[in-house]
Write a protein that binds this ligand. Structure first.
Ligand code: AMP
Ligand code: MG
Length: 338
């Protein structure tokens, strides 16, 4: 018998009602987010959450993010503090996750046994609608096998999780942000700590908080050092093809690439490469705009990974502001040796 393949559902009212009912029964559903597609389950049902870990092959030490339909639901899952309201007003719905002391209704499985829970209100309206219809918070990590490139289209979810307990994916189009949320530890509101760079710039958080955010040292990205947050492994988001990073790949470097290797550029090259090269030289943006680079990063990496190349090369952007830290973080982990 062929492996069960998840079915992709168009976002009609009838399908949304049907998927919400499946979530209430404890099923898994692939959901669109502005960040990357999620693998959602009822956050208050430990068995449903356990199925997320099994489907992804995710270690139980890696906690899940809980998603709410609105910021006003936050006191139902976490202990709030005064630093939250301005952040929620500025960035929710959107790609900001807050780590806060958890309430007892949140299963230990979700938090990997920690006393804190990661929470956000997603920016994709279909995701929020599904949470509302399901009538409960939804736990959702990215909807990909653990460690592989994150999914930014419904078809990525279907193809990656065929053969698992997942039966349904809600199609919400291409993810508009394209990288995961920024995770901020607000357990101690006087000392906010960045746990993961993501879709919201840290400087923007600092402006709203009116205080500096502690950032993990870049050295922490080395495999030997401790990760800044549970589950932040040195190697992640990885294509199966070996990936090598470069500060810049100019036309001469591209011309010198062996015929069985491919390259991913940050922006369209000034001089168009030969027609025969078009297949193995891709770019993430027309002009180098960072939002466009982030949006296309995972999908282009997947395309190149499926191309049968012996090795992939990619340009690593320089900088410490805006979306650059998130783009650098994903590329550095994707290229890390397993
Ligand atoms: P994702 O894989 O995008 O679902 O992101 C989940 C990540 O959020 C985990 O890998 C952790 O790094 C982080 N996280 C979730 N819950 C917590 C928590 N309670 N404390 C610290 N980090 C957390
Ligand atoms: Mg993930």
């Amino acid at each position: 018998m062929p492996a069960p393949r998840p079915r992709i559902f168009r976002p009609t009212p009838a399908n949304l009602a049907r998927l919400a009912a499946a979530l209430r029964r404890g099923a898994l559903v692939g959901v669109p987010a502005e960040t990357v597609y999620g693998l959602a389950a009822d956050a208050l049902d430990p068995a449903a959450c356990a199925a997320i870990f099994t489907a992804k092959g995710r270690p139980s030490t890696d906690p899940l993010i809980v998603h709410l339909a609105a910021a006003r639901d936050l006191p139902k899952v976490a202990i709030t503090n005064a630093a939250i309201a301005p952040l929620a007003r500025a960035f929710w719905p959107g790609p900001l996750t807050l780590v806060l002391p958890k309430l007892s209704c949140i299963p230990d499985l979700i938090t990997a046994g920690r006393p804190t829970v990661a929470v956000r209100v997603p920016g994709h309206p279909l995701f929020r609608e599904l949470i509302r219809l399901a009538g409960r918070p939804l736990a959702a990590p990215s909807a990909n096998p653990f460690g592989y490139i994150s999914p930014t289209r419904a078809a990525h979810v279907r193809d990656g999780l065929t053969g698992t307990a997942l039966r349904a994916v809600l199609d919400g189009g291409e993810c508009t942000v394209g990288v995961e949320s920024t995770i901020l530890d607000l357990t101690d509101p006087d000392h906010p700590r960045l746990l993961r760079p993501g879709g919201i710039a840290v400087e923007a958080l600092e402006r709203v908080l009116g205080r500096p955010v502690l950032r993990p040292k870049p050295a922490r990205l080395s495999p030997a050092a401790a990760a800044p947050a549970p589950g932040m492994l040195a190697q992640h988001y990885s294509p199966r093809t070996p990936l090598q990073l470069h500060p810049r790949l100019d036309v001469a470097a591209l011309d010198a690439l062996p015929a069985d290797e491919a390259a991913l550029l940050l922006a369209k090259p000034a001089r168009l490469v030969r027609a025969t090269e078009r297949k193995r030289i891709r770019w993430l943006s027309e002009t180098g705009a960072e939002a466009e680079i982030a949006r296309h990063l995972f999908a282009r990496l997947r395309e190149l990974d499926a191309g049968g190349w012996r090795r992939l090369h990619a340009e690593l952007p320089a900088g410490t502001e805006g979306l650059v830290p998130a783009i650098r973080d994903r590329l550095l982990r994707a290229a890390a040796k397993r």
